[in-house]
Design a protein around this ligand. Structure first.
Ligand SMILES: [Zn+2]
Length: 367
């Protein structure tokens, strides 16, 4: 059964999304703690990771709902957060003993505002939560196609496309997806760059969890993304400890359709340095239950081409105005489907997943 959703939860810019989030929190009487980003936004606005918490400091169960890990994908996650904050029924259900809810709005506010997937350091935040003490990952497979992925010319020449296609045919589509998307440390101007040190957003998330994640016994975390999988479908991708019991628990909470990149049934490749890998060691006392809620947009090839062009643009600030506009239009369309139908699907599934998470956090600990 589908319920009519308030599509006004969606916004046309980061600034508008932030206003709606702060407004919705204020109407609930919830305080906001803003971690201010050092750089301005695209329209000169202030950028921040905004944190709203409801519930007692000593609550055993902590529900975390985060948006904008991948900047531009925040249009979707922000709307889900605003929808929840505006929902009286949801709010009533969250007001129970032993539960606190943490809303993290725009983990990567710079990317959200400038409509890029990466941080201002050109880093994929969801590959950046890694140990930087060890040697850098070489990822020779990525190196072999780096020039084809982000070529000198845009649009890429036929030879670049053909080169990529040849690699895909030779190694298989799944293998090339993994090579491209699992994260690389060899090319700071390339795609899915994992960084060579913690980004501003990485440190901000760690600071938030130092403040809010040290006293709970259990965490249920839903991190909202877009850009992978069939249009409008919210894939429930497991993120957390890689043992059978934890994955089984995730399926009890969120259903048998929970996918796992490690099992090979997800539209995502196995990734390194994801958010959960930063949070779990930062909150070692807590049982961690994590989900990437990943909404499909356009076909994978279209999304990848939009990312390639956007990266080319970042490397070529001298690009003509018209070309810049076209590239920015395409990347926005690749991560934010501005139709009523898609928005309705996003909110509907968002509510379902959050309700399931709430239920999971009400089950006996360790079950
Ligand atoms: Zn994402």
């Amino acid at each position: 059964m589908s319920v009519e959703m308030d599509l006004q939860c969606f916004s046309a810019s980061y600034a508008e999304a932030r206003d709606k989030f702060l407004g919705a929190a204020a109407r609930r009487g919830l305080q906001v703690r803003s971690h201010l980003h050092p750089l301005p936004g695209r329209d000169g606005e202030r950028l921040a990771l905004d944190v709203v918490r409801m519930g007692a400091p000593e609550a055993a169960n902590l529900l975390v709902i985060s948006s904008g890990c991948h900047g531009i994908e925040g249009f979707c996650g922000s709307a889900v957060q605003v929808d929840l904050l505006r929902d009286d029924d949801w709010h009533d259900r969250c007001e129970r003993d032993g539960l606190a809810v943490l809303y993290l709005h725009a983990l990567n506010p710079h990317g959200f505002s400038w409509e890029r997937r990466v941080t201002h350091e050109n880093v994929d935040l969801n590959r950046n939560f890694r140990d930087f003490d060890g040697p850098l990952e070489t990822n020779e497979d990525y190196q072999a196609i780096a020039r084809l992925l982000v070529p000198e010319r845009c649009p890429p020449t036929l030879a670049s496309h053909a080169g990529l296609l040849w690699h895909a045919l030779r190694h298989g589509r799944k293998a090339i997806q993994a090579t491209i998307s699992r994260g690389q440390q060899v090319d700071p101007n390339g795609l899915f760059f994992a960084g060579r040190g913690p980004t501003w957003s990485h440190l901000a998330v760690k600071a938030v969890m130092q403040e809010h994640g040290q006293r709970c016994k259990r965490i249920g975390w839903v991190d909202i993304h877009t850009g992978l999988g069939p249009m409008g479908v919210g894939e429930r991708i497991y993120k957390g400890p890689q043992d059978a019991a934890s994955l089984a628990r995730a399926r009890r909470w969120w259903g048998a359709q929970v996918t796992s990149a490690e099992e090979g049934n997800s539209s995502s490749a196995v990734l390194g340095g994801t958010l959960d890998q930063g949070v779990m060691p930062a909150c070692p006392q807590a049982e961690y239950n994590g989900l990437t809620l990943e909404y499909g947009t356009l076909p994978g090839r279209v999304v990848l081409d939009a990312l390639r062009a956007d990266q080319w643009l970042a490397c070529h600030p001298e690009a003509p105005h018209e070309q810049r506009l076209a590239i920015k239009r395409n990347i926005r369309a690749a991560f934010y489907v501005e139709t009523d139908e898609w928005k309705q699907q996003v909110l509907q599934q968002g509510r379902e997943v959050m309700a399931a998470t709430l239920e999971g956090l009400a089950s006996p600990l360790g079950s």
